[in-house]
Design a binder for this molecule. Structure first.
Ligand code: NAP
Length: 491
């Protein structure tokens, strides 16, 4: 769809703000709605239907009813539907990016990039739909024949965070639909409009009724727990904080629901003495400032060798300080607002704590005046390891530099966290690069690069950063069971 829309209100007006249950649009069963705010102004953008536990139940009933039919659709056809959805998202980039900027705050440039990234999950999994693996063979004793076939795991519950409102949805819906699973998506309450718009794109692309339900709401715990414990949902795919992931993992244990968790991170960013400084600063800008630092992959702790630390800090502060902060809708804005008032308060208190423990502020360091939840790009150096921001996801545009002398000490400090999503290493020495990559307790490493995310590659963490992988060939396996058929070998 190509749209010419004159105002933000026009754009928001294109989104149907009712729930999607089994392909039908409906109000919440109790008629409730909740407000979605623009973080750049604090003003209400829209009131969205607020799903109840009864609505949750209805969505699962629809997903169960549609499951066998969707699994029976030939894989090629499922792939073609996803491929159409890929094209449709790209054709609708301006509208979808504007919706995302309005409800989440990121700049239009970043929002357009996210539409492309989100669409790419549909293209990748459209291609994977026809490559589900199987196996045929004989048992080692020669007495039996056996077939191993991939089958969809069944109805899935997908829960997404607010920081990538479109891509976190397509990263789950793409593989689920390609595998032949039906889904119930519960988006974050801050950013439900992108998911509601996505539901229309999917329906227009040919996804049959019942295959995708979308349940925005402000009562997640009430809605989700009975669904997870109820036995009809066969798969949970969750992206969000480790604290919530832990709660959901316990709830999933009741009915032994297959579970994938993409949780928080505390990424180390290690610059060794022989690093190319230009490359390291470019990498730091990407690893820190993508999504204003509101990313699970954000470089949370920067460890820089003493010989480079002063120059690295100076250059990074210069680049960060030059970024244009403002309403994401203004072309040219590079850094939008944080998502809400609690996030702004949290980032401010983390910086204050680090400064009280001796950190030096190279640029930024204090929140902007309202309205909106703006925090300026900030660089701190000589951060003490016991600062709160070393043990917390900052989730804001704050680079925190620690100085090191010895690589083993840097690795030990990098690993001194319960998280293990991603790490970044900058060095020109390939042996050292690989040795440090092996030693970091993380699921992904960026070597001389500040972004690792790509729909064709397996994304995920170790330790308390999660279970399972999204994207790549691994992403679809999370939505498949292996069915074994054994028969005696008589001929
Ligand atoms: P969050 O508070 O954990 O919420 C994530 C989602 O879970 C939201 O939809 C939320 O809805 C829902 N939720 C919260 N409590 C729930 C409960 N008891 N039962 C069912 N659902 C519940 O995380 P967030 O603040 O939205 O997102 C930021 C976090 O996501 C960060 O930790 C970040 O690192 C992580 N993240 C990880 C990845 C990754 O791939 N590893 C990617 C992006 C973000 P309500 O708000 O309504 O409760």
């Amino acid at each position: 769809m190509t749209t010419t829309l004159s105002s933000p209100a026009d754009v928001i007006g294109t989104v149907d703000t009712r729930l999607v249950i089994g392909g039908r649009r409906t109000e919440a069963s109790d008629g409730a709605r909740f407000d979605v705010l623009d973080p750049a102004t604090g003003e209400v953008l829209a009131a969205v239907a607020d799903a109840t536990p009864q609505d949750g139940r209805a969505a699962v009933v629809a997903a169960v009813a549609a499951q066998a039919g969707w699994a029976a659709v030939p894989a090629r056809k499922r792939g073609e539907i996803l491929r159409r959805a890929h094209e449709a998202l790209l054709a609708d980039t301006e509208r979808l990016a504007t919706i995302m900027t309005l409800e989440m705050g990121k700049s239009l440039t970043e929002a357009r990039g996210e539409v492309r990234y989100a669409a790419e999950f549909f293209r990748w999994f459209a291609e994977e739909a026809v490559r589900l693996e199987g196996w045929y063979g004989h048992t080692p004793d020669g007495a039996s024949r056996a077939i191993v076939a991939s089958q969809p795991v069944g109805p899935c519950l997908l829960i997404t965070p607010w920081n990538f409102p479109l891509a976190m949805g397509t990263r789950k819906i793409g593989p689920a639909l390609a595998a032949g699973c039906t889904v119930v998506l519960k988006p974050a309450p801050q950013t439900p409009l992108s998911s509601l718009a996505l539901a229309d794109v999917l329906a227009a692309s040919g996804v049959p009724e019942g295959v995708v339900s979308v349940l925005p709401g402000s009562r997640a715990a009430e809605v989700v727990e009975p669904l997870l414990r109820g036995g009809d949902i066969r798969k949970l795919s969750f992206t969000g904080s480790t604290a919530v992931g832990r709660i959901l993992l316990e709830q999933a244990s009741t009915a032994i629901v297959r579970t994938s968790l993409e949780l928080g991170g505390n990424a180390p960013f290690v610059v060794l003495a022989d690093a190319d400084l230009d490359e390291a600063v470019d990498g730091a800008m990407a690893a820190k400032m993508r999504n204003m630092g509101e990313a699970c992959t954000a470089a949370n702790r920067m460890f820089v060798h003493r010989s480079l630390a002063a120059e690295f800090g100076r250059r990074l502060a210069e680049r960060m300080g030059a970024l244009r902060v403002g309403n994401g809708l203004d072309e040219g804005t590079e850094v939008g607002p944080l998502i809400d008032a609690p996030s702004l308060a949290k980032v401010g208190s983390l910086v204050d704590d680090a400064v009280s423990r001796g950190a030096q502020v190279l640029v930024g360091g204090a929140p902007a005046e309202g309205p909106g939840y703006f925090y300026p790009p900030t660089v701190l150096t000589d951060v003490a390891p016991d600062s709160a921001l070393c043990a917390t996801e900052i989730f804001g545009p704050v680079a925190a530099i620690q100085v090191f002398d010895d690589v083993d000490d840097a690795i030990a400090r990098a690993n001194a966290t319960e998280w293990g999503l991603v790490g970044y290493v900058f060095t020109r020495d390939v042996d050292r690069a690989l040795a440090v990559s092996e030693a970091l307790e993380v699921g992904m490493v960026g070597l001389n690069v500040g972004v690792v995310s790509n729909p064709a590659l397996p994304f995920g963490g170790v330790k308390q950063s999660g279970l399972g992988r999204e994207g790549g060939r691994h992403g679809i396996a999370e939505f498949l069971e292996q069915k074994l058929v054994v028969l005696p070998k008589r001929g």
